[in-house]
Ligand binder design. Sequence first.
Ligand SMILES: CC(C)(COP(=O)(O)OP(=O)(O)OC[C@H]1O[C@@H](n2cnc3c(N)ncnc32)[C@H](O)[C@@H]1OP(=O)(O)O)[C@@H](O)C(=O)NCCC(=O)NCCS
Length: 206
Amino acid sequence: MNFRIDNNLTFEDFKEIEEIEKSYFDIDTVVTSSQVYKWHLVNPDTEIVVKSIVNDEVVGQISVIPLSKEQYKNFINGDLKDTEINEDNIITYINHCEYHLLFSCITIKKQYRENKMILYCLLKGLYEKIKYLESKDIKFINMCAEGQTTDGQNFLEKFLSLKLMGKTKDNYSLYYFEKDYNDFDNWFTAFPTYIEKYYNNFSNAY
Ligand SMILES: CC(C)(COP(=O)(O)OP(=O)(O)OC[C@H]1O[C@@H](n2cnc3c(N)ncnc32)[C@H](O)[C@@H]1OP(=O)(O)O)[C@@H](O)C(=O)NCCC(=O)NCCS
C-alpha cells in the first residue's frame, strides 16, 4: 500500500490540509490551519491524516471534534459552527465520560480522488480512533455533521448512516442520528463491514 496514517502531525501538515479544504469549500467555512493546529495541541485525537509514502504529502484527512451536551445542542440549533471552536472552547477526552461527536470534515486531495485506497485508509483510521477512545471507556451519545457538498452528503448518509434532520442557518444539510446511544452503537458495530464492503467493491473493479 502506498499510503499510511500519520500520527505525528506538525503545523506544516495542517497548512497542507487547509489548502486541500480551500480547493473545495467556501473560504468562510474552512477552519484555518492555525486554528486546527490549536485543536490538535489541546486534543490530539481530532485529526486522521493519510499521507503518501512516496512523497510524504497529505492526501486525505478527517476532522472529528468532541462536543459537550450544550455544544451539541448549540450545533443542532445553528448557534455553533466548527469555525467557532477554538483553543478556549475545544474539549479534551476524559476517560469514562460521554461526548457527542462532530464530524467536521473529510477531504481527499483532488489529484488523488481516483485512488480508492485513500478513503479505505481514512475509514479504517476513523474506526481505529473511535475504538481507541472507547477502550478508555469513553462513550459517544450521538454524532452530528453539516453536509456542504453532494459528496459530503453522500458520505454522511452512506458511510456514517447519519440522518438528514434539517438545514443549518447557512442552508447546509444538517445530519445526526435519530436516537441517542443506540444509533451510534449500531452504526459503529456495522462500520467494519461497510469498510470491507467498500474495499471489496473497488478492488474487484481494478
Ligand atoms: C467525501 C469524499 C472523501 C468521498 O470520497 P469518494 O471517492 O467521493 O467516495 P466514493 O465515490 O469512493 O464512495 C462513495 C460511493 O461508495 C459507495 N459505496 C461503496 N461501498 C460502500 C459501503 N460499504 N458503504 C457505503 N457506501 C459504499 C457509495 O454508494 C457511493 O457511491 P455513489 O457515489 O455512486 O452513490 C470525496 O468525495 C471528497 O474528498 N470530496 C471533496 C470534499 C468534500 O466534499 N467533502 C465533504 C465535506 S462535508
